[in-house]
Design a protein around this ligand. Sequence first.
Ligand code: HH2
Length: 260
Amino acid sequence: MGILNATPDSFSDGGMHLNAAEAAARARMMAAQGAAIIDIGAESTRPGARPVDEEVEIGRLGPVLAALRDSPPGAPISVDTRRAAVAALALDAGAVMVNDITGGADPAMLPLVAERGAGICLMHMQGEPGTMQDDPRYGDVVDEVLAFLVSRMDAAVRAGVPEDVIVLDPGIGFGKTAGHNRALLAGLPAIAALGRPVLVGVSRKGVIGALTGREVGDRLAGSIGAGLAAVGRGASVLRVHDVAETVDALRAFTAAGGGE
Ligand code: HH2
């Protein structure tokens, strides 16, 4: 899954894809590099980020989706939003999947996904982006994330979403310390055992910075290392900024017997 942030303030590519034509070109390039899904977001959810108004989110997304409709990227489009109204607009404009960092908290989200026959990624987050990294606490982080994902999957199925369009995500870096993130990566087999594809997003994140001592722009090798480990432990979707390098790494990893 290639990341396209149509935001001025995303932690690693903020401000790079605000122009619709350039954003659409980037989406097409990621698809050509081997991305199986293009995930487009218009609200940064980095630690400390402030929520943006719905109109702002729509104003950023609309032109990018329109440009992609005129010239499709060649890979399915997912919309990274926690608002059902934004998701509805994106699904109207050609997206086929919703990536919801709140696990479908907006009461209108799961019914919308069911009605439109869309796919959905349900992610775990403790708290809100603005404050989630202040003091995250868990008893057993893997047990708590698992319980949340099971309950949100149940809610989705009750709302009419078929189980086979649901993807699950432990939400690396969303209300978690470095220790929590490592425990969740080690605990991926338990999440994969729920029977749905598991999505993992570690690309350029603080957890990679903590492990390597590198700044955001210099975390490619660390991101790929952690991503491959996640695949080896049961992840089936990696949400990444660097598609070409990740695809090469995955090809070599698989050919060399990784994940068997
Ligand atoms: N991480 C980010 C945003 N959306 N969605 C899922 N399912 N999983 C993730 O790990 C995830 C996500 C944060 O990364 P990014 O989009 O690069 O940054 P920002 O939130 O600053 O736009």
